[in-house]
Design a protein around this ligand. Structure first.
Ligand SMILES: Cc1cc2nc3c(=O)[nH]c(=O)nc-3n(C[C@H](O)[C@H](O)[C@H](O)COP(=O)(O)OP(=O)(O)OC[C@H]3O[C@@H](n4cnc5c(N)ncnc54)[C@H](O)[C@@H]3O)c2cc1C
Ligand code: SF4
Length: 519
């Protein structure tokens, strides 16, 4: 039988991958390739590059131990063509093969590239469905068909029933409700017993990768060291154990909270591992449900956690493939500004933004509310283009792949899709941040001051955003109360807000493109 090349992409590091299940250990060759095309389509955070390359190299070792023949091309290898297509072509020649099989890529960009291989390389290309997701493309299309509104909540209920997670024999939700979010909006206070995220000491493979990233990507965003991410399935499983036993019980209560000096609170920091394929999403959810059944974690925590994974994660992936490629270009507010330069430099005297961007630079991680209500909220209020915002999020987080990042950024956080994902923009003044965090007490700005020198910039920007976009938003029933307040204010007050916002924005330094220029 002719040999097949089994191509495994950098975020397909699962032994249960469909392409491996259908392959022969003796006869087929697994191809894995580090290529500049993938390492540079945005200027990825140094830690993100290191996580992916190190996890790929460890996975190749694991495959070899399992008896697979692995052809692994390193970034610095002689003859590396720099592109996946080039590496597939070279491998087909090396192994005298005429068929390449792979699991579908997660991103549109790569799918378009792979679609050209049959003609360009003159070989058979077999693309298998990625069955590591709970909801197939077909299943999502069927769910979406004919619906006026594609809200996650309804999709989530179907996923609960499909998976059997937290539902009884009649398909009814555990605890009588599908969603316990109303219990999940508590502010946190400093707590000496807050769990500390496990750190994994770099081994020789990771040290080589760290040296390579330092040498080849010196000007990329973010700190490379100290490096403590898991890069193997075993270490990712240890990180999951830590979360289930130490943090899950409080995950729900403090899901939206932010604290100075606490980078993770009770969040799991499992997204890089789930997205790479080191952890299986269903396995992660089952562990959480088992903790609930054992009485080790309350329902509001476990339901909230499960919802993020079988609800949000599956939903954004379905939406991405349903709406691409047009989705990437949507810009409901016609927002045109680049990002403020401080998104890249971290230099800002706004304490909330300084904390979120500072930890993003150090760790390639910020939790959901920091992404949505601090950096995302500010960029939307300031009128930044959703495409510029998208490029930033895609570059700076260790878990960022376009299929999950784009809907979250452009849809949820920037309202760029005009309301496909969210029923109203996630716009908020300083009050929200003050309620959910302890940043304001340490800030040079005063959150209670509305306009003028020393006033929290979020306050004027918030009203300026509403005023600027009144024609687009005033028909939204969920915005009615805000516009009623705005219109009651009187012209002088309104002008004060708008002048204050303008003065603040005029004084900002904006990204001149030097950070986003790719190699
Ligand atoms: C602007 C913006 C950009 C984002 N970009 C990404 C991204 O590039 N990659 C990414 O994985 N997530 C992204 N998210 C979603 C979410 O913020 C991260 O999944 C989460 O912060 C990861 O940290 P954690 O593992 O500690 O999550 P936890 O709070 O512990 O949540 C548990 C798991 O649920 C999943 N999850 C939670 N929320 C979401 C969501 N909204 N969409 C998809 N999965 C979710 C993740 O797998 C996560 O590990 C983004 C959110 C926003 C608002
Ligand atoms: S005062 Fe405003 S800018 Fe400062 S931390 Fe609070 S919300 Fe952020």
């Amino acid at each position: 039988m002719a040999m097949n090349i089994i191509l495994i992409l950098g975020d397909q590091l699962s032994l249960s991958l469909a392409s491996l299940k259908s392959a022969r250990k003796s006869g087929d060759v697994v191809l894995m390739a580090e290529v500049m095309q993938e390492a540079s389509y945005v200027r990825h955070h140094k830690k993100k590059l290191a996580v992916v390359f190190s996890a790929m190299r460890h996975f190749a070792e694991e495959l070899r131990e399992e008896g697979w023949a692995v052809d692994y091309v390193r970034l610095g290898d002689d003859g590396n063509s720099g592109s996946l297509k080039g590496e597939v072509e070279r491998a087909l020649q090396r192994h005298k093969a005429d068929c390449v099989r792979l699991v579908e890529p997660g991103e549109w960009r790569l799918k378009s590239d792979i679609d050209s291989w049959v003609v360009d390389l003159g070989v058979t290309v077999e693309v298998l469905e990625d069955d590591r997701f709970i909801c197939s493309h077909d299943r999502f299309r069927r769910w979406a068909k004919g619906r006026k509104s594609l809200r996650m909540e309804y999709f989530y209920r179907e996923m609960r029933r499909d998976t059997g997670l937290l539902v009884d024999g009649d398909g009814e939700p555990e605890g009588g409700q599908w969603n316990f979010d109303h219990d999940n909006r508590k502010a946190a206070s400093p707590d000496l017993f807050m769990p500390k995220l496990p750190q994994f000491e770099p081994d020789e493979i990771t040290r080589d990768v760290l040296d390579m990233v330092a040498a080849r990507f010196p000007d990329n965003f973010g700190d490379l060291e100290p490096f403590g991410y898991a890069v193997t399935r075993a270490d990712a499983a240890a990180a999951l154990d830590h979360f289930i036993t130490r943090a899950l019980a409080r995950f729900g209560d403090y899901q939206d909270a932010m604290l100075e000096g606490e980078d993770h609170l009770y969040h799991s920091v499992l997204s890089p591992y789930i997205n790479l394929g080191l952890l299986d999403p269903l396995e992660v959810c089952r562990r959480a449900v088992t903790a609930y059944e054992a009485g080790d974690a309350p329902l509001n925590a476990v339901e909230g956690f499960v919802r993020q994974i079988i609800g949000w994660r599956e939903y954004v992936r379905g939406l991405y493939w349903l709406k691409m490629p047009d989705y990437r270009e949507l810009n409901f507010f016609e927002a045109k500004r680049p990002l403020p330069a401080f998104y890249w430099t971290g230099e800002t005297d706004m304490a909330c933004l300084g904390a979120a961007i500072g930890q993003t630079r150090r760790l390639a991680y910020a939790h959901h509310i920091q992404r949505l209500m601090v950096t995302g909220n500010f960029a939307m209020l300031a009128g930044c283009s959703p495409q510029a915002v998208h490029e930033w999020y895609l570059a700076v987080y260790a878990d960022a792949y376009e299929w999950v990042e784009l809907p979250n950024t452009l849809g949820m956080s920037q309202f760029g899709d005009g309301g496909v994902m969210a029923s109203k923009p996630y716009a908020a003044s300083g009050n929200y941040i003050s309620r959910m965090s302890d940043h304001c007490g340490k800030c040079r700005y005063s959150v209670s001051k509305k306009t003028g020198e020393g006033a929290c910039p979020f306050n004027a920007l918030y009203w300026d955003f509403l005023a600027r976009n009144e024609s687009k938003l005033k028909g939204n029933p969920r915005m009615g109360q805000m516009y009623a307040t705005w219109n009651r204010m009187g012209e002088d007050k309104q002008r004060e807000y708008r002048d204050s916002a303008k003065a603040f924005l005029d004084a900002l330094e904006w990204d001149d493109g030097s950070w986003t220029a790719t190699a």
